[in-house]
Design a protein around this ligand. Structure first.
Ligand code: NAP
Length: 250
């Protein structure tokens, strides 16, 4: 139980990749804080994820809020410390898409994606920084995307937010390394989740054709790396961006 008595926060963990990461850490004995946006029905969804984490062997509580609101991320860190006593691992996973060609992209869609995907991670890291520095230990994992590494037509806002996350990751890694805090990014390719289920079938097929392994990844492919990066096996890895994409970017 590598993560016994460790507190792991996963943002955007009511579903998709975040949910899988939360359950995986639970299975390794962690106390997991499931954080997701406060919309109708979300408390029930988050409670279901908590029940799955507990069934896997971990501890779990949920906290609802918006990563783009600093008061909510301050509240999240306080909640984790009050409930479980520390903050050991943070996975900044919450993210949204508002895809469009740049000439049709509204300012509102640009702002929404940058605010949730990039400023959201900044908010969580800033809220946690003092706690992590005092502990002289901690791991931060930011969920980037291959879109942020190679760009993607129709995703100028999303790719910019994910490229920004990569810059944030490297800067935080340099800034906090002296306090034994590591920060890395995972860049998933196409992973089968509600986010990619939204894509039309013909677009999904054209993406699969471009992937050397000829298929979308599964949420567990990302969770496996998150657990590795957070653990002692990765204790000399910081400031890195690791693609999990079936060979799409090489
Ligand atoms: P998803 O299924 O849409 O899950 C994202 C979760 O984040 C949802 O539960 C969502 O809540 C929550 N969320 C959205 N805005 C939030 C906010 N402001 N504050 C707190 N939580 C918020 O997405 P996913 O496919 O699992 O993706 C997870 C991460 O991986 C994202 O950062 C995404 O960009 C990245 N990624 C995914 C893929 C892929 O192929 N799926 C590829 C590359 C990168 P609601 O759904 O209730 O709004």
């Amino acid at each position: 139980m590598e993560y016994e008595n460790k507190t792991v926060i996963v943002t955007g963990s009511a579903r998709g990749i975040g949910r899988e990461i939360a359950i995986k850490f639970g299975g390794l004995g962690a106390n997991v804080v499931v954080f997701d946006i406060d919309i109708e029905g979300q408390a029930e969804t988050a409670q279901t994820v908590c029940d799955e984490i507990k069934a896997a062997g971990g501890g779990a509580k949920y906290y609802l809020g918006d990563v783009s609101k600093p008061d909510d991320t301050d509240g999240l860190i306080k909640f984790a410390k009050d409930e479980f006593g520390s903050v050991d691992v943070i996975v900044n996973n919450a993210g949204i898409t508002r895809d469009n060609l740049i000439m049709r992209m509204s300012e509102a869609d640009w702002d929404a994606v940058l605010t949730v995907n990039l400023k959201g991670a900044f908010n969580v890291i800033k809220s946690a920084a003092r706690t992590l520095m005092k502990q002289r230990a901690g791991v931060i994992i930011n969920m980037a995307s291959v879109s942020g590494v190679m760009g993607n037509a129709g995703q100028a806002n999303y790719a910019a937010s994910k490229a920004g996350l990569i810059g944030l990751t490297k800067s935080v890694a340099k800034e906090l390394a002296s306090r034994n805090i590591r920060c890395n990014a995972i860049a998933p390719g196409f992973i089968q989740t509600p986010m990619t289920d939204k894509l039309p079938e013909n677009i999904q097929q054209s993406y699969k054709d471009a992937i050397p392994l000829k298929r979308f990844g599964q949420v567990e492919d990302i969770a496996n790396l998150a657990v590795f990066l957070a653990g002692d096996g990765a204790k000399y890895i910081t400031g890195q961006v690791i693609n999990v994409d079936g060979g799409l970017v090489m």
